[in-house]
Design a protein around this ligand. Sequence first.
Ligand code: ADP
Length: 326
Amino acid sequence: MAKPIITIIGSLNTDLITRTTRIPAAGETLITSSYDTGCGGKGANQAVACARLSRKKGSAAEEAGCAVNMIGAVGDDMFGRDLINELVSNGVGVDGVRVKGGEKSGVAVIIVEEESGENRILMSPNANYALKPSDFESLPDPLPDLIILQLEIPLSTVLHILALAREKDVEVLLNPAPAAQLPREAYLAVQHLVVNETEASIITGTTTQTHSWALWGEHMERLIGLGVRHILVTLGAEGVIYLDTELQRVLRVLGEEVAVVDSTGAGDTFVGAYAGALAVSGKGCRDFPHVMHVVAFANRAAAKTVQRGGVQSAIPWRDEVSLEST
Ligand code: ADP
């Protein structure tokens, strides 16, 4: 049987991370405690999560449960080459990653204040914003079984891809991050919506904080009103709520009790794990007989990520995540 194909269309960024004892004042130069670089961007993170969680660490890419392809854009520079190489080393197909001459690769300059642990991030989308609707005359051939989209590329491109997917009846998972309100018809092309609490509030136009369970009725009603069949609201340490609006089924998976090192990228691991497990589940994989097992697996995979430092480097492989709840 042919392997399911998952195509991620989204951002690739280089993270430039400095740690300091405090944030410098205007005009001040501070010596950092440490400096690191990392491959990131929500698109690339989710592609790596999908690929790693589809196969054992150290196994050949051919042994993966699904084929994972990335479509995005980098600049013709050293960062761009590293971003592509990192995807390749994780078994992600990169034929769809365009190198945009005259553009720089996307960069996130991150300052971490050590004492408070607070981040300050300056994001330069660069080549990611050069990914235009005209880059997509059609969807890739063969058509993917699932397309994953986020909002770190131009909204016009996302809307264009959603229209193409709807025309060709290709399933779409949308992770609307960073959160933005989309036209209602955009959701007609979406079968799986994955949002964290902040994104849930922003896309439904609900200004209240969601940390109170009493408010969930209102949030859920608005989310259901978007017309997407599978809705997943990730709740950080509290786990995840899954809703099948067609079968009117709600599933609450509690968060794993873990020691948190760095929760950056937890949502991206969740998306990649859910998508990969869902795709093989649809092909009769016995590890995931029911969507409940898919959601619980993604919850455990994301909990692994928060126990490690870094973003892409913290994403676990398939054999590092158990099939049973702990
Ligand atoms: P995002 O990273 O997009 O803000 P969340 O913070 O909701 O998303 O985290 C996504 C998922 O990662 C959660 O649903 C959960 O499965 C896992 N997760 C995040 N933080 C923790 C934590 N402190 N303990 C256990 N699991 C966590």
